[in-house]
Each structure stands twice: as C-alpha cells, then as structure tokens.
Design a protein around this ligand. Structure first.
Ligand SMILES: *Cc1c(COP(=O)(O)O)cnc(C)c1O
Length: 401
C-alpha cells in the first residue's frame, strides 16, 4: 500500500508527461534525497534564495535569479518587479497599479490563459498584431513595428511568449523595446529541452525570463525560475520573500538587494508573498537544474523508446496505427501516437480516452490529438509494468483481448 491508497485514492498511469494537472514530472532520487536533507536543517530563506540566484545566474548566463512557485509565479513576480522597480510605495499598492505605468504590450497571437499570471500582479495587457495565416486572411503575422506603435506613457514592459515558432523573433522585439528603455518579460515555461535554451533565450536580450521548474527540469512541481537583470530580480525577490523581520536587523543578501534602496526599513509583505517557496523546494530545484543542465536525463531516452516500442508491439493486430515520433536532439524523449481506426473500432478516440480514464487502473494518455483520432503516449512516467498495463487497457477498450 502506498500513500495514495492510504488516503483511499487510486493511483493512475500517467501517460501525459509532466502536465501540472497530473502532478508534474518524476523527480530523481538525487532530488528527493536533497529535499529530505534540506528539511532537516534551517537556513534563512533570503540567504538560500541568494545562493539560488548565483547558481541560476551561472546556468542561464544572467545577472541574477530566483526560485519561484512555478513559471506562472515567475511571470507575476517579474511583472510586479518591472512595474515597481525599488519603489516601496508601488510594491505596497500592487495589485492596484493606478497612478504609475502598468501596461504590457503583447502580441495578440501570444495570448493564453497563462497570461493571467501577469495580470495578477496588476498589469494591463495591450494587444498588438494579427496572425492572418490562421483565419486565411493573408500571409502576415505580428510585426515588430506594431509593438513600437503601441508604446505610450503607460507602457511599462513587453510580454513575449517564446516558442520555436514565435513571431516576430524575440531579438527584433527586444530591439524595439530597448530603444525606448522598455524591459521584455519572456514566458519560456516549456522551452526546455533543448538545455541550450537556458542560456540562448536570455542571450537574445530578454530582461527577465520565466522557466518552469516542474516540467523538463524535473524539479518540484510547484517551482519555477525567474532569471535576468539584477535590478529587476532584486525587486521581485523583495516582493516574494517574507518581510516580517525587524527593520533594524534586516540585512538582505547583497547578491540581490542594495540595502540603500530601502532606507528606513524593508518593504511590507508584497504581492508575491502568496507565492512562497520552501527551503526543500529551492534545494530540490537547484539539484534538478544541475542534473538537467549536465544532461543527466539524456541516458533515459533509449529506455523511453524501448517502452513505446513495447506498447506498439502489444497493439499489433488491433485497429490502430502506431507511430513513434523521435525528436532527434538526443535530449527530448520520443512520443507514441496511437491512431484509432474509428470505423473498425466502432468507437471514437474521445470515447476510448474517457473509458481509459474511468477504467482500472485509470490510464491518462495525452489528449492533444483526440480530434484527429489519436491517443498520445508520453513515456516520462512509464516503467515496463505500467507500459504493459496501458497496452492491455487499450486492447480491452478496442475489444481485441
Ligand atoms: C506550463 C506553462 C506555464 C506555467 O508553468 P508552471 O511552472 O506550471 O507555473 C506558463 N506558460 C506556458 C507557455 C506554459 O507552457
């Protein structure tokens, strides 16, 4: 019996990977041991975050960094820092940002539910551009000049969501923004691997970058990274960590805060206080980041592929087509598409997916291609036994057992 059974819950077979909805990525033994170790002693969180800053800075080629409560948390903290700088009065008023610049310009085509995290700091989003390819209206997408045309007295930053396909290119947006001294906050939550992006994205000129700690880095699910300029990471730090110290004793780490910025005492608890990160999580994230950056997970890719081949072999003869997609960078794991012959099976892929979730054991394949009749198997959480159980459940639902 495990802890979930003790609670009367049934563990699932997670074939969706590191999604937050299903609890994130598996953590390595080294990360779990480091977290246990961290729990057995105490250090001031400010000092621990300062150490994290130095480590994150060296892994990302930036000036400073913080461990946040997820990439979404890093976006809230980053937006807050860009709006307040070192101004305690502004920190105190967030998330109400009336009376000082609070607008972030963002490409309309880069908007998503995750930008709620930026708005949660008190920022307003100002949309620019179109993606005319999607509605079939033309061949153009958002263009760099459109950002510049939208900049005005209330503009405080640019929000940019990085993907390999993002338009316009980040460097061009940075050039337009920096011409007006406007910082660029980049959401790169899911852009690892490749691990080269740890350095490459900040090197494109981003002032602050948010990475998820609970996806491919495989740190604690509720962690993220905010990395970038020290004069922005510092104010983010001041709005994240607990400020309930005595003003005559408070001595923030020099790596992040020049105490002269806060003459007369620290700011009060900030908008990020609700995003607190534990010592165990900070240590877990740093341990995982070190493993990820060193390529420690690469050796698992071959095992993942074998497991997907095993599932595909077990489904031979069933009314499905199996196709393994390798992403040949040596870092990313392959994915298996199981495309259901819905006529032969007499059932839709949606129907089968719902039945897999409801069955025993519950199986959760990726749902991103169901409209095309495809169940996607992400191998991150699978071992041989769960791979076999998954294949058996799919066969049962197809009536081929
Ligand atoms: C996953 C994701 C986030 C949120 O990351 P968390 O670490 O779960 O907070 C934000 N933006 C994008 C684009 C994402 O894919």
């Amino acid at each position: 019996m495990g802890v979930y059974e003790d609670l009367g819950l049934t563990p699932i077979i997670n074939a969706s990977g590191s999604v937050t909805r299903l609890g994130g990525a598996p953590m390595s033994r080294e990360v779990l041991d480091a977290m246990t170790d961290a729990a057995s002693g105490s250090v001031p969180i400010e000092v621990l975050q300062a150490k994290a800053s130095t480590e994150i800075a060296s892994f990302t080629g930036t000036e400073a960094g913080l461990v946040s409560a997820g990439a979404a948390s890093a976006l809230t903290l980053g937006a807050a820092a860009i709006m307040t700088g070192w101004d305690r009065g502004r920190m105190e008023s967030l998330p109400h940002a009336d009376g000082f610049p609070n607008e972030f310009v963002v490409a309309r085509e880069q908007r998503s539910g995750y930008d709620h995290a930026v708005r949660a700091a008190g920022a307003r989003l100002v949309e620019v551009g179109f993606n005319e390819i999607v509605p079939g209206a033309g061949v153009r997408r958002t263009e760099p000049w459109e950002y510049e045309a939208a900049f005005g007295p209330d503009t405080v930053g640019v929000l940019y969501v990085f993907t390999p396909d993002s338009e316009p290119p980040l460097v061009e947006v940075v050039a337009r923004a920096h011409k007006h001294n406007i910082p660029v906050l980049v959401d790169a939550a899911g852009e690892l691997p490749p691990r080269s992006n740890l350095v490459a994205i900040p090197a494109m000129g981003a002032d602050l970058v948010a990475f998820s700690g609970g996806k491919s880095i495989r740190g604690p699910q509720s962690t993220g990274i905010l990395a970038g300029r020290r004069d922005l990471v510092g104010p983010a730090f001041a709005q994240l960590v607990d400020m309930d110290d005595h003003p005559s004793l408070w001595n923030p780490p020099k790596e992040l805060v020049d105490i002269a910025k806060f003459e007369g005492g620290p700011p009060r608890q900030g908008v990020g206080r609700a995003h607190k990160v534990s010592k165990e999580e900070i240590v877990g994230l740093l341990t995982a980041l070190k493993l990820f950056a060193a390529g420690a997970y690469d050796e698992e890719v071959a095992g993942y592929r074998r497991r997907l081949e095993r599932i595909a072999a077990a489904l031979s003869g069933a009314p499905v087509t199996c196709m393994i997609h390798d992403r040949d960078d040596g870092e990313s794991f392959p994915l298996l598409d199981i495309t259901v012959d819905e006529d032969a099976a007499g059932r839709s892929a949606f129907d089968i997916c719902a039945a897999l979730r409801a069955g025993s054991p519950p199986v959760y394949p990726g749902h991103g291609k169901l409209a095309q009749g495809t169940l996607v198997v992400n191998p991150l959480h699978l071992d041989d036994a769960s791979a076999d159980a998954l294949a058996r459940r799919v066969r049962e639902e197809l009536g081929t057992i």
